[in-house]
Design a protein around this ligand. Structure first.
Ligand SMILES: NC(=O)c1ccc[n+]([C@@H]2O[C@H](COP(=O)([O-])OP(=O)(O)OC[C@H]3O[C@@H](n4cnc5c(N)ncnc54)[C@H](O)[C@@H]3O)[C@@H](O)[C@H]2O)c1
Length: 348
């Protein structure tokens, strides 16, 4: 049996495909390559198997999904495919609801019809509001402050309600801030356009691709005034997904779905992250302080005790390792891999 991995050519999905392979499971990727290069598939085939199955297409395309689910023996679905920029979602909220919510409805319906037993949904710490007490637990209030955050919370609701009314079960994973790359340096975070999140932007400065970093707001109520986030290694996240396939929900809850925070459990300020990156890369990271970004919150870090107790999962890598692995990937990327058009590879 295989796992259908939507967005499997993207940052977190690609690392999860490797973790699934290492756990002895097969993946079938569906990706439209709107934010990933075909080059990732070449790398994934080196890291997993040459006949890794990849279908190019939109996860909102019902016929395509039904075809994939009929052709392959799929017992589980991991749904990574989505748009993920808070700032872009403020400009194009309808596009975000279409990509992130409408496609999730289509996928859930097709998965249930195909008898899929477990859906794993990629959610985010952005579903929590800025008023939550820290650390944030799964029971903290959910008050998304951007259209992106609302699409993630609504997606959670879609898969939870769909599971409640069917034979499938759903695990919802709320990631904190993924950083790092596979130790091979072959896959990592390589979005098209300018990255929205901090570490890729810091490392662009370290690599000389950007003159300096913009620190968005230094007037937050935190130790040094910059925003605090909980960074978690992407390979740790990937292992959280493998654990999510195996957890027996019936032993834990009367519900057919369960939410888990995946983070390191520790908070790091932007200025601390800059200092750590300067040390790891051996480069100066010049920065300029700018206005806060709309939709950003002051501080967020996770209580991960539920994932520890029920999934047997705990983040293993510290910030230094995350930055070192991310930097290794940046140095290993040939040319401006982040902005070039895809190079071709065979898909099936
Ligand atoms: N990276 C983060 O900081 C972060 C944090 C919390 C939650 N998440 C969630 O995790 C998931 C994966 O994030 P990521 O960082 O790997 O993003 P990513 O952009 O690197 O990966 C998403 C992949 O999905 C593909 N895709 C997008 N829309 C598609 C569509 N309609 N049909 C088919 N493929 C499509 C893209 O080409 C890309 O390969 C997303 O759902 C995101 O909301 C990400």
């Amino acid at each position: 049996m295989a796992t259908l991995v939507t967005g499997g050519a993207g940052y977190i999905g690609s690392h999860t495909v490797v973790a699934l392979h290492e756990a002895g499971r097969e993946s079938v990727i569906v990706d439209d390559f709107s934010n990933a290069s075909y080059r990732v598939i070449d790398s994934l085939r080196r890291l997993t198997r040459q006949d890794l199955k990849v279908v190019e297409g939109d996860v909102g395309d019902e016929d395509l999904l039904v075809g994939v689910l009929n052709r392959h023996e799929v017992d589980s679905v991991m749904h990574f495919a989505a748009r993920k920029s808070v700032s872009e979602s403020l400009v194009d909220p309808i596009g975000y609801y279409r990509s992130n919510v409408a496609a999730t409805i289509t996928l859930a319906q097709a998965a249930i019809a195909a008898g899929v037993q477990r859906m794993v949904f990629s959610s985010s710490a952005v579903v929590y509001g800025s008023t939550s007490e820290l650390p944030v637990t799964e029971d903290s209030p959910t008050v998304p402050e951007s259209p992106y955050g609302m699409t993630k919370l609504t997606g959670e609701r879609v898969v939870a309600d769909a599971a409640a009314a069917s034979a499938t079960t759903a695990v919802i994973l709320r990631y904190f801030n993924p950083v790092g790359a596979h130790r091979s340096g072959l896959i990592g975070e390589a979005p098209y356009g300018q990255p929205d999140n901090l570490v890729p932007r810091i490392l662009q400065v370290a690599a000389g691709e950007r003159a300096r970093l913009e620190v968005n707001g230094i007037d937050y109520d935190t130790v040094d005034g910059s925003a605090v986030r909980d960074y978690v290694h992407v390979m740790d996240l990937a292992l959280g997904h493998v654990a999510a396939l195996d957890v027996d929900l019936a032993q834990l809850t009367a519900q057919r779905s369960r939410v888990y925070n995946l983070g390191s459990g520790a908070g790091t300020t932007v200025l601390q992250a800059i200092a750590a990156a300067a040390e790891v890369t051996g480069s100066e990271i010049p920065y300029a302080i700018t206005e806060r970004r709309s939709g950003d919150i002051a501080a967020s870090w996770a209580d991960c005790s539920r994932a520890r107790n029920e999934l047997g999962w705990q983040a293993q890598h510290d910030l230094r390792q995350m930055l070192a692995d991310h930097w290794h990937f940046v140095l290993n990327s040939v040319g401006p891999a982040h902005s070039t058009a895809p190079v071709s590879c065979s898909l099936m």
